[in-house]
Design a binder for this molecule. Structure first.
Ligand SMILES: C[S@@+](CC[C@H](N)C(=O)[O-])C[C@H]1O[C@@H](n2cnc3c(N)ncnc32)[C@H](O)[C@@H]1O
Length: 408
């Protein structure tokens, strides 16, 4: 093997995980030996090089990510830029083949590890590109990445996007620093765009908050649920944010829609979103600016029932008093949601975190159902799909998990 290659031993568990398709190398005593100046790492298994990794010494937790397991790693490093461009082309071509643009103006062009571009997500938002870097590795390649992303997007999708429409957001710090997206045009700090998803218009705000106002990773799930909304007369949207599910319900003719969110600001945005859509009747919608706990109690006192309930909590939240995580909250909230579920209704519950696997989520929900004698059963499973693919053997990549609960 070529001596100049930065080859290192990695933990035997890392070897096993990499071989099973898990593309992250988590901080341990082996990663401590990686030289901070090595951009690439060749991982060895009993002296034999078996994986080429991109190195991220600054990341607190994920120290390297898988780039390749095949080929000559020396030439792979030399050809890194060329490979990167090919992967961008492949990712965008896949989206073109799915013809997503005909149904919505928000979709992922690149979804990180599952598109072999580890730590990079790119969203198309009606003429704007939001590029999110989850790894500092890409700092050294940002310009090259963006140039080729623009070229490829315009060519493959037949669009005319310019540098001034590109927004970069650094997310490698996790949620702790909550950095906003920055425009590549130094004269622009903020832009509001209208984005259409399945015939409904939403405001998206770039450069203003950490999140842009519409969760694109939920779009494919909304589509799958269209029939359930069509068949419902009443809908309760818990943790509604700016109301994507609520507007989707109104669009599908649901007569009684209630949205609950702790944030008055998000509910205001929700109401502005309804106003953007002339055909949606705001009199069919009610906002409740309070915690989900309080709303569930209030709705029970009012003897309300709903055909469909969605609960999509943040991974951890605070009701103003104490911080709890979403899985714990279901212990208290699921029985109360059940009280509000109409005969024959459906409860759609989500968990949005990399830290809990689908199996753990499901078994916890089954425990809660059993313990409280809820008379519910777990049906269909919901998760990332279409423009948001995930890898087998990489549960962290399949962070969005949903379950459909019905009466037993
Ligand atoms: C993940 S977002 C929901 C996204 C939404 N389902 C969608 O698809 O657009 C979580 C929302 O929960 C709200 N939230 C956080 N804690 C809450 C609580 N205790 N009660 C009600 N809403 C809460 C936040 O303000 C945020 O808008």
């Amino acid at each position: 093997m070529n001596k100049i290659l930065p080859a290192y031993d990695v933990h035997p568990i890392t070897v096993k995980m990499l071989r099973k398709g898990h593309p992250w190398i988590i901080k341990d005593k082996f990663t401590e030996k990686f030289h901070p100046r090595d951009r690439f790492i060749v991982a060895k298994d009993r002296r034999r090089p078996f994986a080429l990794l991109i190195h991220d010494p600054r990341h607190k937790h994920v120290k390297a990510r898988l780039w390749a397991t095949q080929g000559d790693f020396g030439s792979k490093i030399k050809n890194f830029r060329k490979d990167m461009v090919q992967r961008i082309q492949k990712a965008i071509t896949k989206r073109k083949q799915k013809n997503i643009l005909s149904e919505r103006q928000n979709f992922y062009l690149v979804f990180g590890e599952a598109d072999q571009l580890p730590g990079v997500h790119v969203q198309y938002l009606n003429g704007e590109l939001l590029v999110q870097f989850y790894s500092y590795f890409w700092d050294a390649y940002t310009d090259y990445f963006i140039d080729n992303l623009l070229k490829t997007t315009n060519k493959v999708l037949g669009l005319e996007i310019f540098k001034g429409n590109v927004w970069i957001q650094h997310r490698a710090d996790g949620d702790s620093k909550q950095q906003k997206a920055k425009s590549l045009d130094p004269n622009i700090s903020f832009r509001k765009v209208e984005v259409q998803e399945f015939g409904v218009n939403y405001n998206v705000e770039l450069g203003k908050h950490y999140d842009c106002g519409l969760y694109t990773d939920m779009a494919a799930i909304r589509r799958v649920l269209a029939k359930d909304f069509e068949n419902s007369n009443s809908f309760l949207n818990l943790y509604s944010y700016t109301g994507a599910f609520s507007l989707f319900a109104l669009k599908h003719g649901v007569q009684d829609v209630v949205s609950v969110d702790l944030s008055e600001k998000y509910l205001e945005q929700l109401e502005q979103n309804i106003a953007l859509n002339e055909e949606l009747d705001p009199s069919h919608h009610k906002s409740m600016a309070m915690s989900t706990q309080d709303a569930l109690q209030k709705l029970k006192e009012e003897k309300k029932k709903f055909d469909l309930i969605v609960s999509d909590p943040p991974s951890s939240s605070s009701d103003g008093n104490k911080r709890t995580n979403a899985l714990q909250n279901y212990e208290k909230e699921l029985p109360k949601m059940k009280d509000l579920l109409a005969e024959g209704g459906k409860l759609l519950i989500f968990l949005n975190t990399r830290r809990v696997t689908r199996n753990k989520f499901e078994s916890k929900i089954n425990d809660i159902i059993k313990k409280n004698n809820l008379g519910l059963k777990v049906g269909k499973k919901l998760g990332l799909s279409d423009d948001c693919p995930y890898l087998k053997g990489f549960p962290e990549g399949a962070y969005l998990k949903g379950l459909v609960l019905t009466h037993d």
